[in-house]
Design a protein around this ligand. Structure first.
Ligand code: KG4
Ligand code: ZN
Length: 406
């Protein structure tokens, strides 16, 4: 295959990122400017602030990625940018910049789906380790702040195709981590904090039941893939008419949907029943006064009951994600499992997937932690097959906030 050096740009949410990747298999540089400090006081992402911060960061971040790679603008073979899904205003910053740069340099521009980027982060990781063997079909769980989606993934020559066989009906898993952390006065983002604190609590202390979804849903030949959460439930089984866009003959097979708003409400109920609000408020204020709280700071402000609650919440989330993904893997008889996206950085989730998948003789792959959360190396990696097949973007393409992955 022809080698190619691709500059990737990612600005779909709250990180401005640029990376230089060779042929989808070697990260030459990977720069991420996080906006956590900007959004922290609000306990979540403020879209207007995200766009403003992307505008501020995009030029220095791209320059730094090229400098760290020892590359000039002229020496790259192509540019790749996230088209969606994500925040429209945030996406537009990366897209406008990438278009202008591609036009000025007269280089091809490739539009990439952010979710495809997360899937290719796993491939990039494995290729970097020298693992070029991959058994198909692959089932990929993309689990992040905006998504909890299961995709069957196939490669035919250069081109990849995906079929969604499950998604969250309401909150994404990362969103549940973030909302529970906010509710408990632990700040934003919640996932990494809950991950670290969970080790100090008893995961069996509080019983949480994640929602069991009754499944009227079945695969239909032309089923849509809602990239954003929820609102697609209870789709009726189709007559089977209409062309199948999918490489997968899966009509009539079950879906594996997730739901995480219930567990968030259960945590709230626990807080109310146990009258934890005053302690939470004290913790919130104490942590807000620290610019970068350390693990000891969090521990100093969490009593054992709170640590047990946190550990039990994480255990319930992990159990549900692993159980549903493995059930889907069995049903669709996949040969390989990918787990990717910000929540894939979670230690207990990784351990549990490794254990449970090994029990079924199923290989499971994760990106390294820096490639699990949002980054541009995954965008440049996903662009490589498109570069090979000359699948370039027309200059009039725009951001697609609710872009589906197919
Ligand atoms: O993929 P990502 O960086 O951005 C999106 O595309 O959403 O994922 C961010 C999400 C946040 O909800 C964050 O709390 C969660 O990933 N996250 C984690 C961990 N690290 C990040 N969740 C659980 N455990 C972690 N270690
Ligand atoms: Zn993401």
């Amino acid at each position: 295959m022809q080698p190619a050096v691709i500059l990737g740009i990612e600005s779909s949410c709250d990180e401005t990122a640029a990376a230089v990747v060779r042929s989808g298999e070697e990260v030459i540089s990977n720069v991420v400017a996080s906006q956590i400090a900007t959004h922290q006081p609000y306990g979540g992402i403020v879209p207007e602030l995200a766009s403003r911060e992307h505008l501020r960061a995009i030029v220095p971040v791209v320059r730094q990625a090229l400098a760290e790679a020892g590359k000039s603008y002229e020496s790259i073979d192509a540019l790749a940018v996230t088209q969606g899904p994500g925040l429209a205003g945030a996406l537009l910053v990366g897209i406008s910049f990438a278009k202008a740069l591609a036009f000025a340099l007269q280089k091809p521009l490739i539009a990439v789906n952010h979710l495809e980027g997360h899937i290719h982060a796993v491939l990039l990781e494995e290729r970097q380790k020298g693992n070029h063997e991959l058994r198909f079909p692959v089932l990929a769980l993309v689990v992040s702040g905006g998504h909890t989606h299961l995709y069957l993934s196939e490669q035919r020559r250069e081109s990849w195709s995906y079929e969604n066989i499950g998604h969250t009906r309401d909150d994404a898993a990362g969103e549940a981590f973030d909302k529970v952390a906010k509710l408990l006065g632990l700040g934003y983002p919640g996932g990494p904090v809950i991950d670290r604190l969970s080790k100090h609590g008893n995961p069996k202390a509080v019983k949480f039941a994640t929602s069991q979804i009754k499944h009227p849903d079945r695969r239909t030949p032309a089923a849509s893939d809602p990239a954003t959460s929820g609102n697609e439930g209870n789709k009726k089984k189709s007559s089977g008419a209409g062309p199948s866009r999918s490489a997968f003959p899966n009509e009539g097979r079950p879906r594996f949907d997730f739901s995480y708003s219930g567990i968030k409400t259960a945590v709230l109920r626990f807080v109310e029943t146990n009258n934890l609000a005053p302690v939470i408020e004290t913790r919130r204020r104490a942590l807000a006064d620290l610019s970068k709280p350390k693990l000891e700071d969090y521990l100093a402000h969490c009593d054992q009951q709170t640590l047990d609650l946190i550990a039990s919440f994480q255990r319930a989330m992990v159990t549900d994600l692993v159980a549903k993904t493995l059930a889907a893997a069995r049903e669709y008889e996949v040969a390989t499992l990918f787990v990717t996206g910000g929540v894939a950085a979670n230690n207990e989730l990784r351990q549990s997937f490794e254990q449970e998948a090994a029990r079924e003789g199923l290989p499971v792959y994760f990106p390294s932690r820096p490639l699990s959360t949002d980054n541009a190396a995954m965008i440049a990696a996903a662009a490589y097959p498109k570069f090979m097949s000359k699948d370039f973007a027309a200059m009039d393409f725009s951001a697609e906030a609710g872009m589906a992955l197919k």
